[in-house]
Design a protein around this ligand. Sequence first.
Ligand SMILES: [Mn+2]
Length: 628
Amino acid sequence: MQSGIEKGLKQLINPKNSMHSRRRLIYYTIIATSLLWISGTVLFIFLDDIEVTVAVKRKLAEDISSFSNEAESFKKLNDKILGKDRFNIKSKEKDIVNILSKEDLNIINSNLGAIRFANYEHKLVKRDPNLPGELGHGVTVGSSEKEKEKEGYDKHAFNQLVSDKISIHRSLEDYRNDKCKAKKYPVTLPTTSIIICFHNEAWSTLLRTVHSAINRTPPEYLSEIILVDDSSTRDELKQRLDDYIANLKIVRIVRLKERQGLIRARLEGAKVANGDVLTFLDAHCECTLGWVEPLLAKIKESRTNVVMPVIDEISETNFHYNAVPEPFQRGVFKWRLEFTWRPIPQYEEQRRKDDADGIRTPVMAGGLFSIDREYFYELGSYDTGMDIWGGENIEISFRIWMCGGSIEMLPCSRVGHVFRPRFPYTFPNRKGKDGDVVSRNLMRVADVWMDDYGKHFYNIRFDLKRKIHDDVKERTKLRDKLQCKSFKWYLDNVYPELEIPDDNYIANGEVRNPETGICLDTLGKQDGAPLGLYVCHGQGGNQYFTLNSKGELKSEDNCLDYNKHELYIRECDGLGLNQKWLYEKNRIRNERFNVCLQIKSKTYVSVGPCIGSKLQEWVFNKIDDMAR
Ligand SMILES: [Mn+2]
């Protein structure tokens, strides 16, 4: 028997076999060469993508995450899939099998569970920490530049000179708490369009907003940045801005020919947005590390989640980035429908699992939030009957909660904002309407959303009872169509700590001294401030008081308190002692100490022995009896 080896040797030596193998070698060479050419061409075509992938990978090298270049391929696959739920792939798997190959599906499946830290900086530029404003530090101006500084303030209501000295790429610190730093997010998140509306914004604040968003938003989640110019008049915001953003590629600009105001400007921006999510930012913000992932992840959980970042304060005087300390406060309103911040109530803290968990918020501040794009429209976008600014945040907040959605502030997402002490621009009037834009907007909110509770708004704003109400049929129709819940449901479930004013008051209105025409006035102060006086203005608000059946003299939820030494507005104690007032013969008398309220000076009220002087006379005026 020949061994196998011998057989093989014989074949090799055999000239006929040797001819065969030589030919085979040539075939192989031809095939190998063509394969090399093909793969070379493919490599060349996809070179750009590979570069991106490599760059992204390098940036994320320190992440102990499963993020890989598969995420990039996954994103490309996503683009193949059309339809609104393209990120809920599991539920749609059947529909997409036809579009995608088996390998495609493998990539998707391996990415479904992939998570990573929110630690992205697109350009981790090593910046000199000694440059002005780096790491979020403030900047002060020398005395030689004080005049220039004042000029900037006058124009923008913030220190433009300081802002201009700080790089539009300045670095910030990581302001998140430890739970947030450790939190991981799905690799596949919805994409977002960032919409920034502006009117005569300063160049440096606008561009710092843009660059902080680009630098700190992973490119796979950033659909585009849309700037909406609400007909600015400053030169640098025209051609120069066009030229500048042309180089950024990802930024587009929408120019409005006529001044439209924030509400309509945002809608114009939303119209051209392509992202799954709309993120609205003010034009003087700075996004921080990991700001976008929490927002997008929460919306991925449910498209009816509307989310906002924690809004940190960038000082309007020196542009220092002040991270708001914990415990955070949440957005609420009082009956005059003004937005304000209040501590998070106990029941909400108990509901939260940990410090990274969202904070359910009755109303949002309005400037900064993210919402699923299609959900935004399903829900009726904005009330276009509202003008310019003011009340639109309350309106959309009521609508979201009452019509099946929710609003959360996410502690892991932090964005800085320059709070300006005044508006650096004027509100143009709509034809045939008066200038009180905000009040008109708020009346629409009350008329559409607040059911019988609207009366509490009109009580405190009794000046508005005289005004003609807008036709709000369109919006009440929308409320019906969306089958929204009642305002009572909202109060019971979303904002139970809001005190509902007692209907059985003895007297209410402005509290006027007929002799002088001066009224009791909180002067805008709350808890623990002396009660002031001011010329009666007939617009309620700080001059609106109720004397309820318990004898409490209240301004919103505060009570007038006299403890024998001080006459202050304080938290109501319900004891019926220091806070019990009787209204008799036009005097307001404290029963416990037997003293009467009187005018002490032009600005403050005091108490004294009840002597029946004209300075102790008080009349409660309401709109019904205020024909003057
Ligand atoms: Mn702002």
